[in-house]
Design a protein around this ligand. Sequence first.
Ligand SMILES: [Fe+2]
Length: 422
Amino acid sequence: MLNEHIPIYRNLIQIPTSALRIGMYVAQLDRPWLETPFTLEGLLIRNQNDIKKIKKYASTVYISVDESSTNIVHSSASLPYTKKRVDTKTNKGLPYEPSSNPIPIRKEIQEIGKEHADAKGMIKNLMSDSQNWHNNLPRAKEVVKSFAQSIIRNQNALYWLTRIKNKNEYTAEHCLNVGILAMLFAKHLGWEMKNIEEVGLAGMLHDVGKMSIPAEILDKPERLSDAEFDIIKNHVLEGYKILSRDKTLPETVLRTSRDHHERINGAGYPYGKKGDDISDEAKLIAIVDTYDAITSERVYSPAQPPTEALRIIYEESGELFDKFLAVKFIECIGIYPPGSAVQLDTGETAIVVEQNPKRKLLPKVFILPSSGKQHLCNGTLLDLSQQKHHGNRKINRALSEPQNPDDIEEIFNFLKADECQT
Ligand SMILES: [Fe+2]
């Protein structure tokens, strides 16, 4: 196995090298250690010179909280790690520990695919009937329970499904995706199952107030007037009002619908709440809502790749988004999320099929055939973490140009169908 002598560090945080500080232990770079002059695969930052050297060879690194000086980690304002926050909702105060043996992604996609398709229909119904929307609630609660189980079996399947987008169904898909991403993120944070399901339901229902906005404003491609923007902004209070009519919903779900456009610096709406006046759930939904919106094609803007969405979220962290949660979300999605295109050191283009939770830099990839997509059967599935020798294929870089959503869907369907397996 490649680099098998490297210790598997628990409790890794992915940060840009600009956030490096003395005392941090760099466990992994965004490129193989072999391509750098560092002789050891891991480095305790002892001085500014170490930081300079790391910056020369990497733009993003994983630091090990366990191996770093905890005083420095906890006191550094630029490193948004606050263990206490994690502790509030964990089972044992431990951060996320990935399952070492998830079921195969192909099997999990088959398992959860139909439920996902049904869920989209359910959300469409729910969002189109302001009188009887609550009739869909029992089903919505069932869906979050099924999704929670799927995430435990293999979280890559539902993430893939959030990447398959139909621009004509933006509202329903967005609500569903925000629910799924919120659950993936909450699991990554180590939240208890009850909280994971609750934040998933909050995500699915966060924009329920948009039912009251006329379509000509909601879908207007041109710039909105101030009056129209006020109508859009009112969806949060309208959502709270609508959801309050149902007495079975947890208060968290209601409050998240009202507060998901509040921002850490007070620049949000409806109340301009700041910092910890905003609940953890609303801060979390604010991030995943933004991530899904940026990576989706909307009437007024094209879809951007995940890396661009993560860059924007990171840039706005500490101002619009909670800094700790923004960094944890980047760690959750990873540098190479499923569905993203990468270039290997051989020059080949590959699509990331499945993340390896313990070796995020060595995902399972599908190497596209050089002859084009019409010959997908000539492609190769390869688990980069399972190669036998050093010097085998490695990821050189993520391809940052926007990907055609149809390409992603085609490759996803190909992988799902298992057409060319021998
Ligand atoms: Fe919203």
